[in-house]
Write a protein that binds this ligand. Structure first.
Ligand code: AMP
Length: 452
């Protein structure tokens, strides 16, 4: 879980564009962020822990001059949450310096690490640095080095990289994490994890970067090379559709909003219930909630108001506050809940900590019945490819039946969307998706030692 952005904008301040594009990707990671900018020669960078708005100000951005930039916002899934693991990483190579930003998780980090020469010192503890060092150590042009990485590195990696005068982007052969290409009207290009970041800075969506594709952008224009392997069919992460991506992003020509709306409609068909109102747990389940309401003919209401500013706080609540948990984040709207039979749509149950608290919050606010509807199937397997999920021990659906989960949440009823309906809602073919967390079949499994 991370957001990456790359900017090539002749005559403009790329760092400023990167900042606003990253702002649109803040949902992909709130732990640390950074931007590196190149002005034809030197690369300057700034990165720190925390949210984007707290890290950058006018003075810092002005220091990051130049028409090329890469940026990153991080949520750690590999490596600890400390500033040396913040990205972009700056690397020195015989081809010149480059700045590197990665979204995803490798599954063969240990093997790749062993291919590096012994004198390579790794500063960071993340798999991203291993990828960057492979580019440093290889010979040939940067495109040739990247082609080698695409052949040997397994797992998820959407990467943007800038040298002093060029921007590069590449995506693993499965295309697990998204990566979109946009064009600036004034000339130049933008690469971003999600298409929602493009409009923010006045860029037009051009296309997705293909799985296994390398882009090189510079004075000569844009150049593409595809390292294709027929053994590796595309496998975009289904959890991007379920929860992670912003609804105003699009994958394969379909907006995430419309996919989630269709998931809600299908959920209403598969799990109808006698009720008075439909609500969703904000924000990620709202499109599915609206879809459920439309299909069922029940009115859609807001039942919980989410505090948009709580985000990730580094100040721990005291014990009494923690036990009430979700109240820091959600406030119930009593007027919409009192004496109502409520359908509550949420996008997923992962560990099963949040949902029982939401159910009791709604009951305390006066709901007469609470019918839980989940717009995805049970999450029964961990993610090894970049989503911070949980281990088998922690995943409630890996250990309990649907009826046991219902009892745990104390809802009156519980219904999950079927896998077939979920896939249909995305308009993609089953073979084109990574369904690892739902089926246990992964495009690439980690080396044995890291399976939990
Ligand atoms: P829980 O079952 O307590 O682990 O939390 C499930 C809730 O967290 C759902 O409402 C999801 O919308 C949300 N959620 C799902 N996956 C994640 C994730 N990787 N990080 C943060 N929140 C998530």
């Amino acid at each position: 879980m991370c957001g990456v952005v790359g900017i090539y904008a002749p005559g403009r301040d790329a760092a400023r564009l990167a900042f606003f594009a990253l702002y649109a990707l803040q949902h992909r990671g709130q732990e640390s962020a950074g931007i590196a900018a190149a002005d034809g020669g030197a690369i300057r960078s700034h990165k720190a822990m925390g949210l984007l708005g707290a890290i950058f100000d006018e003075a810092i951005l002005s220091e990051l001059s130049g028409p090329i930039a890469v940026g990153h916002t991080r949520y750690s899934t590999s490596g600890s949450s400390i500033v040396v693991n913040a990205q972009p990483l700056l690397e020195r190579s015989e081809l010149g310096d480059f700045a590197f930003a990665h979204n995803g998780n490798l599954t063969n980090t240990q093997t790749l690490r062993e291919t590096l020469s012994p004198q390579v010192v790794l500063q960071a503890s993340s798999d991203s640095e291993v990828l960057a060092k492979m580019l440093v150590e290889r010979s040939g042009s940067l495109v040739e080095r990247t082609a080698h990485v695409l052949e040997v590195a397994r797992g998820a990696y959407s990467v943007v990289l800038c040298t002093g005068d060029e921007l590069y982007a590449f995506r693993d052969p499965w295309g697990v994490r998204p990566l979109a290409l946009g064009a600036l009207d004034e000339g130049g290009y933008v690469v971003a994890s999600e298409s929602c970041a493009l409009g923010t800075i006045g860029a037009r969506f051009v296309r997705e970067i293909e799985p296994g594709e390398i882009l090189r952008i510079g004075e000569h224009g844009i150049e593409s090379r595809r390292v294709i392997d027929d053994d590796k069919p595309p496998a975009l992460c289904m959890f991007e559709y379920i929860y992670f991506a912003r609804p105003d992003s699009q994958f394969a020509g379909r907006s995430v909003y419309m996919a989630r709306y269709a998931m809600g409609q299908a959920l209403a068909r598969e799990h109808p219930v006698e009720a008075d109102v439909v609500m969703a747990v904000p924000d990620s389940a709202v499109p599915a909630g609206i879809g459920y309401a439309a299909q069922s003919g029940l009115p859609y209401v807001e039942g919980l108001i989410k505090n948009r500013y709580i985000g990730r706080t580094f100040i721990s609540p005291d014990q009494q506050m923690r036990s009430r948990g979700v109240q820091l984040k959600f406030n119930p709207l009593v007027e919409n809940l009192r004496d109502q039979r409520v359908v509550v749509v949420d996008d997923s149950i992962v560990r099963g900590t949040t949902t029982p608290r939401i159910v009791s919050l709604l009951r305390e606010a006066g709901a007469r019945e609470v019918h839980l509807r989940i717009s995805a199937p049970p999450i029964t397997h961990p993610c090894y490819l970049g989503v911070d999920m949980a281990t088998y021990d922690e995943l409630i659906a890996a250990n309990k039946s649907v009826e046991e989960i219902r009892a745990h949440t104390r809802a009156d009823s519980l219904g999950y969307l079927s896998l077939a309906a979920l896939i249909a809602a995305t308009s993609r073919r089953r073979e084109e998706m990574c369904l690892g967390c739902l089926t246990g079949t992964y495009p690439s499994k980690p080396e044995a030692a890291t399976v939990k």
